[in-house]
Design a protein around this ligand. Structure first.
Ligand SMILES: NC(=O)c1ccc[n+]([C@@H]2O[C@H](COP(=O)([O-])OP(=O)(O)OC[C@H]3O[C@@H](n4cnc5c(N)ncnc54)[C@H](OP(=O)(O)O)[C@@H]3O)[C@@H](O)[C@H]2O)c1
Length: 380
């Protein structure tokens, strides 16, 4: 008879215990995911009640562009440290379609809402007039014209804390121009100043120079005294030049990554080149700042995270700095941008304006990936 040696018996038992434990953990995770998915909901029930003090706002109870609704909901009341702003204009950003579609899907697991959007309001960038201030507000008063960032900006009113992302609008720019600034302007500013650490005389390449972020980035990099190269399509070459770019590259005719020029900073709004291609055109101490995560249908599962991990793994072994930046909306940087606009150093570029009722068309247009500057929503 073929008897198993005594010494092998405990090892086999442990293997069996490990196998069962792993299977139970995997099953528990699948069950937990299933329950979490089907029980995930949002606050949409509140919209069934007739508002006592109504305002119009865009709400969405389920993911997907067709689910956007312009609806009358309760007008918010400001807390003691908040301002109530009558929104005159808002602007759309790629961020909005990420929230509308719930993509990349990893965002859903990170709190955006597994089955339905957890937050049913949309929009961030706004500009408008302060209508009421809370009793502790000292910096703003009714009648002030302001701009800033706050979730739920696609609405007639937003409440925003006075210490958060809100600043006075310069008198020389319109509400539409001011509404174009918060996300795109701050991204360009923080990308160039904080991540790129751009210095006068440095060579800066801006890939995607004609879009929302790019049009601000060209002007801000110029204001830092950089030698700017803007990459865009043929129809936008003159516009990017007129913003101050010293050189323009038409991506339909030339691949910037195959050129002989070396750059101190690359601000990448369109990650359509590999990291090694980008490294090749950076100076030995150059900085690659990844801004864009790709279009709505690219990387639907994990979005730009794969590329981010790649930059993190690469960074310790190379002399160049590579990494992604996430813009942080704050009052200090909004004020810096307001000063730049007041001085005429930065002028927002507006592509199109849509009324609030046509928000889906505005998002559809932005989704195509060829906006020329910013797309605005008028909230009159
Ligand atoms: N990390 C952050 O905190 C942060 C903040 C804001 C935005 N973003 C991301 O940054 C990216 C850009 O945002 P955005 O607001 O500027 O978008 P956008 O306004 O939609 O601009 C897209 C621009 O990309 C250009 N483009 C398209 N294909 C190109 C190519 N092959 N080569 C060069 N340019 C090309 C288009 O120019 P043409 O019409 O000339 O093709 C268009 O002007 C998005 O992915 C967005 O999600 C990230």
């Amino acid at each position: 008879m073929n008897k198993e040696p005594k010494a092998q018996r405990p090892r086999k038992r442990w293997k069996r215990i490990l196998k069962w434990t792993a299977s139970i953990i995997v099953l528990a995770l699948i069950l937990w995911g299933f329950i979490a998915y089907w029980t995930s909901s949002n606050d949409c029930k509140q919209y069934a009640a007739v508002p006592t003090n109504p305002m119009k706002a865009i709400v969405y109870c389920d993911y997907g562009l067709p689910n956007l609704k312009l609806q009358e909901i309760e007008k918010p009341a400001p807390a003691d440290d908040q301002l109530l702003v009558k929104v005159r204009a808002a602007s759309v950003n790629p961020l909005d379609w990420h929230f509308i579609e719930g993509t990349p899907y990893i965002m859903r697991a990170l709190g955006v809402g597994l089955r339905k959007p957890a937050d049913t309001r949309l929009g961030v960038d706004f500009a408008g007039t302060v209508e009421v201030v809370g009793k502790n507000v000292t910096q703003f008063k009714p009648g002030d014209e302001v701009f800033g960032g706050r979730t739920g900006a696609f609405a007639e009113y937003v409440c925003v804390r006075e210490a958060r992302a809100v600043a006075l609008k310069p008198a020389n720019i319109t509400f539409e121009q001011a509404a174009s600034v918060p996300i795109a302007g701050i991204t360009a500013l923080q990308g160039l100043r904080d991540k790129g650490k751009v210095q006068s005389g440095q060579k800066v390449l801006i890939n995607g120079a004609s879009g929302g972020v790019g049009t601000f980035a060209v002007q801000i990099a110029k204001s830092y005294g950089a030698e700017v190269t803007g990459v865009c399509s043929t129809r936008n070459l003159d516009m990017v030049r007129s913003l101050g770019a010293d050189h323009v590259i038409d991506y339909t005719k030339e691949d910037f990554a195959k050129g002989t020029e070396r750059y101190d900073v690359i601000l990448d709004n369109v990650p359509n080149h590999s990291l090694s291609e980008c490294r090749r055109i950076l100076t030995p101490k150059g900085k690659y700042v990844m801004i864009g995560g790709g279009g709505p249908n690219e990387g639907r599962l994990i979005g730009p995270f794969g590329r981010v991990i790649h930059t993190l793994l690469l960074s310790p072994f190379i002399s160049q700095k590579m990494g992604m930046m996430l813009a942080e909306l704050n009052q200090k940087d909004l004020t810096i941008l307001a000063d730049m606009m007041q001085a005429g150093t930065v002028k927002p570029v507006i592509d199109r304006t849509y009324p609030l009722s046509q928000i889906a068309d505005a998002i559809r247009y932005l989704e195509q990936g060829h906006a020329r500057g910013k797309v605005i929503i008028s909230v009159e």
